[in-house]
Design a protein around this ligand. Structure first.
Ligand code: SAH
Ligand code: TYD
Ligand code: ZN
Length: 414
């Protein structure tokens, strides 16, 4: 436990119905992407951010579900295409899909959580039948302007059946950084079952629990990341709904992710990579309570070190800002108690976040164009997963004597 007073609870696993044992409690947290209008700062919604693991299927999951329309709606501000590294990643992913699963006569590809069309744009440009499904209307408008077909709604069993009735079966259902966001996972798999062609594949990639624990990426835990997937728990989840995990591939994006391929049980041979990654994963002890006690201790230490460093620098008169108004930073700022007294502003390239305040912590979000007038002494890099890209872009900050503060895998200055 992370030093909170609330006693640990046991909940029912959203995948298998087994007992979920609470292991982390970050206390009250805001909706991580609900950036605040400065005139309406009193209208925020908070929830208890607590995580547990299922003692039956090992799935790591949250104990409280935030209603989905409070997270994903017209004004959801996240835009996938803000990173050149992610644009390249999805360009390669689209090419891979075009060369493997989308080669038959008139193939059909569906993406769950298509956001601003970062992946589907290359599939649309190749003239392939496609459909994005995403409830966040603002992001969908950006995708449509690129010539992509999008349904603005939540993918689930009912919408999947409607898509099947209108378009026929899908050869591929792809999803990135979205399936782990969906607590009602049974409805997703029933929807995939209804929509997918008999020999089709459901491919999804999400942050990897192994990396999160190994590198103390505690800020990957926030409302949207309802599940923290591992190879073992995804294999068990697929099996619960009549599917099998037939491939798994480690990815370096977002600090470490895995791309899972599932197919109807018996329809395809599993790749040896699944057994290899599973064997490696067993060594990480992702199913044992000790692992989570160690993780909790590492998280508390990071918080203490970070808060001490920021107070020390401020007491010496140094200026500190944040860089990257990420969803991840909501957990860091609110769990560590970091507000505008320690960090005067957060710089972020997303137009939809600028001019607003960070959720819960109420730090003003400004455009990166204002970062250099004048440069601060220190910048806390909340978007550490984009470190190379941001540090290259903001080269002049260091040349002017500025220093970056990182808090993963531990607190350090570069
Ligand atoms: N695939 C993109 C976007 C990830 S952000 C990327 O990897 O960068 C998660 C997206 O999932 C958001 O755009 C959100 O609106 C969408 N989403 C959340 N629940 C969904 C659901 N049930 N069906 C379809 N999209 C969903
Ligand atoms: P990201 O780490 O992708 O996601 P999450 O919100 O899920 O934690 O968010 C990166 C944020 O950083 C996003 O708000 C855009 C911003 N950003 C910049 O300001 N400049 C950049 O060069 C890049 C790559 C991102
Ligand atoms: Zn379970």
């Amino acid at each position: 436990m992370l030093g909170n007073d609330v006693p640990p609870t046991v909940a029912e696993c959203r995948v298998c119905g087994g007992a979920v044992q609470e292991c982390l409690d970050f206390g009250q947290q805001p909706v991580s992407s609900a950036f605040v209008d400065p005139d309406r700062a009193d209208a925020e919604v908070f929830f208890r951010l607590a995580v547990g693991f299922c003692t039956t299927c090992t799935m790591v999951q949250q104990l409280e579900e935030v209603p989905r329309d409070q997270m994903f709606r017209l004004d959801y501000p996240y835009r996938s295409s803000g990173s050149a590294v992610m644009r390249k990643h999805f360009e390669q992913t689209a090419r891979h899909l075009l060369e493997t699963e989308l080669t038959g006569p008139d193939p059909f590809a569906v993406e769950v959580g298509s956001n601003d069309g970062i992946l589907l744009q290359d599939i649309a440009n190749a003239g392939i039948r496609h459909l994005g499904v995403d409830p966040s209307g603002g992001a969908a408008t950006v995708a449509r302007a690129k010539g992509i077909r999008v349904r603005v709604e939540f993918f689930e069993e009912t919408s999947a059946r409607a898509i099947r009735a209108e378009n026929g079966p899908a050869d591929v259902i792809f999803s990135a950084n979205t399936i782990s966001h969906i607590a009602y996972i049974g409805s997703i798999f029933r929807g995939v079952d209804a929509l997918l062609a008999p020999n089709g594949v459901f491919i999804f990639e999400d942050r990897y629990l192994g990396d999160i624990i190994e590198h103390t990426y505690f800020d990957q835990i926030y409302d949207e990341h309802f599940y923290l997937f591992s190879i073992q728990s995804v294999q068990a989840m697929a099996a619960t709904y009549g599917f099998s995990l037939i491939n798994a591939e480690r990815l370096s994006v977002h600090g470490g992710a895995v791309r899972y391929t599932v197919a109807r049980t018996g329809s395809r041979e599993p790749d040896p990579a699944v057994a290899e990654l599973l064997a490696r994963e067993h060594a990480l002890g992702l199913g044992t309570p000790d692992t989570y006690e160690r993780f909790a201790a590492n998280i508390s230490r990071t918080r203490d070190d970070l808060v001490a460093l920021l107070h020390d620098l401020r007491s010496k008169g140094h200026t500190i800002v944040g860089y990257g108004a990420t969803a991840k930073s909501a957990t860091v700022a609110n769990y560590c108690g970091i507000g505008p007294d320690l960090i005067s502003a957060v710089f972020d390239s997303t137009a939809e976040k600028q001019g607003r305040l960070t959720p819960g912590s109420h730090i003003p979000v400004l455009s990166p164009e204002e970062f250099g007038n004048p440069y601060p002494d220190y910048a806390l890099l909340f978007a550490w997963n984009h470190a190379d890209e941001i540090m290259a872009k903001e080269r002049r900050f260091r040349e002017n004597g500025g220093r970056w503060i990182l808090y993963v895998p531990d607190v350090h200055i570069v």
